[in-house]
Design a protein around this ligand. Structure first.
Ligand code: FES
Length: 179
């Protein structure tokens, strides 16, 4: 199968490669070592594979890599600033807004897109936006409140913050980073 050259900007860095037409965006980003986006349903239902394409969330499991040509891709790995988590990642960690962590990278990336577009969404708007990101954890409702809390800062108040009852901080930080 012939390959085509594509160039795109991913997590702030230019990247050029050659790919076959049928390669999916999820395989492309994972092949270059960005494994935070996960394959789960493989049919654009669960959102575990969510990445941002020109700032908009897409299911990388059903998006051709060719669509990234001359565009900007952002994955969960692009959110943190060195060892400092993005505030949204930190909010998920601080409030234990996940359980196994498998869906967390997709959730955080999708939530970032929402907050970039609508900085102060209400709960209904968050729920509507996040419908494409499925979590089977009973803590899913916390994810909704954390998306809002990061902007309203209500979660920053240590008097009102809820703490995780289990799981180490390092484990939670890894999940928020997509590890
Ligand atoms: S793995 Fe892509 S939407 Fe579920």
């Amino acid at each position: 199968m012939p390959k085509r050259p594509i160039s795109f900007r991913i997590n702030g860095r230019d990247h050029t490669t050659e790919i076959e037409d049928q390669v999916l965006l999820l395989d492309l980003v994972r092949d270059i070592g960005l494994v935070g986006a996960k394959l789960s349903c493989d049919m654009q239902v669960c959102g575990a594979c969510t990445v941002l394409l020109d700032g908009r969330p897409v299911s990388a499991c059903t998006t051709l890599a060719l669509e990234a040509d001359r565009r900007t891709v952002e994955t969960i790995e692009g959110l943190a600033d060195g060892s400092t988590l993005h505030p949204l990642q930190q909010a998920f960690v601080d409030n234990f807004a996940f359980q196994c962590g498998y869906c967390t990278p997709g959730m955080i990336v999708a939530a970032k897109a929402l907050l970039d577009e609508r900085p102060r969404p209400d709960a209904a708007q968050v729920r509507h936006w996040m419908e494409g990101n499925i979590c089977r954890s009973p803590r899913a409702s916390r994810s909704t409140s954390r998306c809002r809390g990061w902007r309203t800062r209500s979660w920053c108040d240590p008097r009102t913050r809820t703490h995780a009852s289990s799981g180490s901080s390092a484990t939670r930080q890894n999940a928020a980073r997509g590890c």
